[in-house]
Design a binder for this molecule. Structure first.
Ligand code: A3P
Length: 345
């Protein structure tokens, strides 16, 4: 399906001076990454780098995390959907987009809805990967000022590395996480899909397990990522909503209403009666989205086939892939890492 993702409009033409300034900035970020950041063996055939305690793929994000940190100007009305990859980002983006745009795009108008034409990552771009990523943007800082409010963005950046303007402006953040074991297994399958696409041998589950426990999975360490947002949600519940994929699967309507209220657009009792909540749940269901042509055959901007974002959508599938010892070890690490935080995964 050859279409331009809507956020492409952020790459407006720039003057010669502006272009030079952007190029200078990206050159500086690349030098910082190349000369001062630790590296480790990556998930593909290129090393990963560590920035402020978390691991990033140069192939997937370039030096986007640094550019995002320096250049993003948040608005109080912004809503940021945050996650560590493979925790249900694709689903959360579909739900939040449908909630926010339900007046202009009613979920009942099933033939017209943007989610039928675009994968949710193309409707709600991951800032550091799709907008600020120099591998994709030709070293041009995007102009997000042209977007109308409220703006909806995604990010995988850990809480402590977010641009300062997000906390200062009071933008709202919705974070989704998932139980550790399913996150690892989902990440391992995802990496192998991409390795296959790049003609690389599949990674063994033991290898993925080792990297995950060491913290060198995508945007890892997993536990520190989750804890950063968890603590922020306790300190500033009006600014950070903390969700669990596993709970969303069990009670989607309850959490959809929480999300809508947090976003500042709660469902009216009339909407509830008319079945809008159920329509959104159905529109964004794994069964519906994964079977759409765009998600079976399309490719999102970072070059990832859309079908890689849909696998099983089940809770507990990790038990089919991890040995009892691995499951036990992950439970043990999770318990230790989250000890005293009040969070259970
Ligand atoms: P599994 O690999 O366990 O199936 P992310 O979107 O953060 O990359 O996470 C991907 C995980 O969310 C995958 O989990 C995927 O199948 C699941 N997923 C994607 N869309 C979903 C949806 N609409 N409903 C429920 N789960 C979904």
């Amino acid at each position: 399906m050859a279409q331009n993702p809507p956020y492409k409009i952020c790459f407006v033409p720039k003057s010669k001076e502006e272009k030079e300034e952007d190029e200078k900035n990206y050159k500086r970020y690349s030098e910082i990454v190349a000369t001062t950041f630790p590296t480790a063996e990556g998930w593909f055939d290129v090393p990963i780098y560590q920035c402020q305690g978390f691991w990033y793929s140069f192939e997937m994000a370039g030096v986007g995390p640094l550019a995002f940190q320096d250049h993003f100007k948040a608005r109080p009305s912004d809503i940021l959907l945050a996650s560590i990859p493979k925790c249900g980002t694709t689903w959360l983006k579909s739900l939040a987009f449908s909630i926010m745009n339900r007046k202009s795009h009613p979920p009942s108008a099933l033939q017209q809805h943007p989610l039928l034409k675009f994968n949710s990552h193309d409707l709600v771009p991951v800032m550091e990967m799709m907008l600020y990523n120099n591998n994709l943007n030709g070293n041009r800082i995007p102009n997000l000022d042209i977007l109308p409010s409220p703006r909806l963005f995604g990010t995988h950046i850990p809480y402590t590395s977010l641009p300062q303007s997000i906390a200062l402006s009071g933008s709202r953040i919705i974070y989704i996480c998932r139980n550790t074991k399913d996150n690892l297994v989902s990440w391992w399958h995802f990496i192998n899909k991409l390795r296959l696409k790049n003609s690389l041998e599949p990674m063994k589950v033991e290898e993925a397990f080792k990297m995950f426990c060491k913290g060198t999975s995508s945007y890892g360490p997993f536990w520190e990522h989750v804890l950063g947002y968890w603590k922020a949600s306790l300190e500033k519940p009006q600014s950070v909503l903390f969700l669990k994929y596993d709970e969303l699967v069990i009670e989607p309507a309850l959490h959809l209403k929480r999300i809508a209220k947090f976003m500042g657009c709660p469902f009216s009792s009339m909407e509830d009666k008319e079945g809008v909540v159920d329509q959104i749940i159905k529109l964004c269901s794994f069964e519906n989205l994964s079977n759409l042509e765009v998600n079976q055959t399309g490719i999102c901007d970072v070059g990832i086939p859309n079908n890689a974002f849909f696998r099983k959508g089940k809770v507990g599938d990790s038990a089919n892939y991890l040995s009892p010892e691995m499951l036990e070890q992950l439970d043990h690490i999770t318990k230790e890492k989250l000890h005293g935080s009040g969070l259970m995964l």
